[in-house]
Design a binder for this molecule. Structure first.
Ligand code: HEC
Length: 218
C-alpha cells in the first residue's frame, strides 16, 4: 500500500508537470536545451513586425514592380493587357516562318497601327535593354558589357544587330534566333513572350535606322 501511494504521487507530479502548464505564458524566455529553430527571426504573414520602421511586417513591392505579363504601354495604348504566351500555334506570328521560309515584316496578329507602333517599339526597347543589350550592346553593335569579359559576340557579323540586312536576315529569322538561340547564344523563347519578341524586332529596326543615318566613318 505504501508503494501505491508513492507511485500515485509520482504519477500525479508527472501528469501535472507535463500537462499542467501547457499553454501558460511566461515572461522569461524559455530554457532551450536543443535550439531546434523553434524561434526564428522570420516575418509572419499579416503580423506587425518591429524590424521595419513603419512596424509593418508584410512588405509592399518595390515601386515600379511589374507583375508578370503586365505591360503598362500595352494596357494604355493597346487597349488591354496583351495576351501573354510563349509558344503555341504554328504560323508566322508564332514561328517567324511562312512554310519552310523565314518571313519578313510585322505579323498581322500585332494589329499594328501608327499609334500602336510607338508603344510596341518602346516595349521592344525595354525588353531589348533587359535581355539583349548586355551582350549585343545598347546600340546593337555587338559591344555589350559581356564583350569586356570575353564573350565573342561581335565575332559573328550577324550579331551586330544594328547592321544586319533584312535580305539575308529577315524578321522571321531574328524571331527564330530569339526563340531557339544560335551557336553560343542560348534560347530566349522561354523568357520572352511571343509579342515581346516581335517588339524587340521592331526596336532592332530603329537601331538599324539610327545606324544607317549616322555619317560614315572609316
Ligand atoms: C548572353 C549573351 C547574349 C544575349 C543576352 C543575347 N545574345 Fe544574341 N548572340 C550572342 C552571341 C554570342 C551570338 C553569336 C552566336 C554564334 O555565332 O555562335 C549571338 C547572335 C545573335 C544573332 C545572329 C545569329 C546568327 O544567325 O548568326 C542574333 C540575330 C541575335 N543574337 C539576337 C539577339 C537578341 C534579339 C537578343 C535578345 C532577345 C539576344 N541576341 C541576346 C549572345 C547573346
Amino acid at each position: 500500500m505504501r508503494y501505491f501511494f508513492l507511485i500515485y504521487a509520482i504519477i500525479a507530479v508527472l501528469v501535472v508537470g507535463i500537462f499542467g502548464f501547457r499553454g501558460q505564458q511566461f515572461a522569461k524566455p524559455p530554457l532551450r536545451i536543443f535550439p531546434d529553430m523553434d524561434e526564428q527571426d522570420v516575418l509572419r504573414a499579416q503580423k506587425p513586425d518591429a524590424f521595419f520602421a513603419n512596424g509593418q511586417g508584410g512588405r509592399l513591392p518595390v515601386p515600379q514592380t511589374q507583375p508578370r505579363g503586365f505591360n503598362e504601354d500595352g494596357l494604355r495604348e493597346l487597349g488591354g493587357i496583351p495576351e501573354y504566351e510563349f509558344s503555341g500555334d504554328t504560323g508566322y506570328y508564332y514561328t517567324g516562318q511562312i512554310g519552310d521560309y523565314f518571313g519578313n515584316g510585322m505579323p498581322e496578329e500585332l494589329a499594328l497601327t501608327a499609334d500602336h507602333a510607338t508603344a510596341l517599339i518602346r516595349r521592344g526597347q525595354a525588353v531589348f535593354t533587359i535581355n539583349c543589350a548586355l551582350c549585343h550592346g545598347p546600340s546593337g553593335d555587338g559591344q555589350g558589357i559581356t564583350s569586356t569579359y570575353g564573350v565573342p559576340v561581335a565575332a559573328n557579323p550577324n550579331a551586330k544587330l544594328n547592321s544586319i540586312s533584312p535580305t539575308i536576315y529577315p524578321d522571321g529569322r531574328i524571331f527564330n534566333t530569339i526563340t531557339q538561340g544560335k551557336g553560343l547564344m542560348s534560347a530566349y523563347g522561354p523568357n520572352i513572350p511571343v509579342r515581346d519578341r516581335w517588339a524587340v524586332i521592331a526596336y532592332i529596326h530603329t537601331l538599324q535606322a539610327a545606324k544607317a543615318s549616322q555619317p560614315k566613318t572609316r
